[in-house]
Design a protein around this ligand. Structure first.
Ligand SMILES: [Zn+2]
Length: 54
């Protein structure tokens, strides 16, 4: 299984669940960058949020 990472516009590399902040609730929260709160594309966020540092 490959690791997904996302390079945010602020320069942060988002790779793990804790790098994301969920905004809103329900079935489809918006996932934001932890650093600058820019929305992360949902397809990418869905993968990242299942990743944990090992
Ligand atoms: Zn950011």
């Amino acid at each position: 299984m490959s690791t997904v990472s996302y390079n945010c516009v602020c320069g942060a590399t988002l790779e793990y669940k804790q790098d994301l902040v969920a905004e809103g609730g329900g079935r489809t929260p918006t996932w934001l960058c932890r650093e600058c709160r820019t929305p992360v594309p949902s397809v990418t966020a869905e993968k990242i949020k299942h990743q944990h540092p090992s």
